[in-house]
Design a protein around this ligand. Structure first.
Ligand code: PGA
Length: 256
């Protein structure tokens, strides 16, 4: 029996205007707004953070951003800083998503600076890690994940570590409809928990939530969420529609 509360986070990616976002969360609030046995995080694009934040005022949901810069302010055209997110009552931030790594050239060292800055600003990082199909086929999955976890968390102190959230997202499963098998996912989640144990000790490692991401949907969620080291989901496509996101939160509540 785990002490970790399940967490379901919706990564809306580059979708939804503020009005669309408010419409979606009003449906979510009506269906699951007072849910307390699962942590629910919605991560709209920057432009919808403020209105979606107001839209979840009456719910137990948390607000997350999808990225941020590690500097607090300055000449970084097009970037958003942690204090700006805090001012909008953001509590979580997705960092190192595979789309940012692959399409925007983010490196482990760059992502690490963001993780450190997020923690310093009382934002909970959702650090994404995961292998590509070529890496899995070459038998390099655990090696790749180890590098991303260790480099991403370099310099994180034991005092801050309980605030971390890790998302294991095999790149080949994201947005493809191809989900990792429960055994594939559990193997990597347990491996990540082992890495966290080495870095921070057993007690802290047992507290950190490790989410699965990659084509998670209501039909495959129950068996994934039943695994010992799978503590929730980072949901892309299925978070854009109220019905499927509500069903995922319910699946997490039942998986406890
Ligand atoms: P998906 O995306 O659920 O659409 O596969 C997950 C993610 O990229 O976080």
């Amino acid at each position: 029996m785990t002490l970790r509360k399940k967490l379901i986070a919706g990564n809306w990616k580059m979708n939804k205007t503020p009005a669309d976002g408010v419409a979606l969360v009003s449906e979510l609030v009506a269906a699951i707004g007072k849910q307390t046995d699962v942590d629910v995080v919605v991560c709209p694009p920057f432009t919808a953070l403020e209105s979606v934040g107001r839209g979840i005022d009456d719910a137990n949901f948390k607000l997350g951003a999808q990225n941020m810069h590690f500097e607090a302010s300055g000449a970084f055209t097009g970037e958003i800083a942690a204090p700006m997110l805090r001012a909008l009552f953001v509590t979580h931030v997705i960092l190192g998503h595979s789309e940012r790594r692959a399409l925007f050239g983010e490196t482990d060292a760059f992502i690490n600076q963001k993780v450190i800055a997020a923690l310093k600003n009382q934002l909970r990082p959702i650090l994404c890690v995961g292998e590509t199909l070529a890496e899995r086929e070459a038998g390099d999955t655990l090696k790749v994940v180890q590098t991303q976890v260790e480099a991403g968390l370099e310099g994180v102190g034991k005092d801050q570590a309980p605030n971390l959230i890790i998302a294991y997202e095999p790149v080949w499963a994201i947005g493809t409809g191809k989900v990792a098998t429960v055994d594939q996912a559990q193997e990597v989640h347990a491996f990540i928990r082992g890495l966290l144990t080495k870095l921070f000790g057993e007690t802290i490692a047992q507290k950190v939530r490790i989410l699965y991401g990659g084509s998670m949907k209501p039909s495959n969620a129950p068996e994934l969420l039943a695994q010992k080291d799978i503590d929730g989901g980072l949901i892309g496509g299925a978070s854009l529609e109220a019905r499927s996101f509500v069903d995922l939160v319910k699946a997490a509540a039942e998986a406890k």
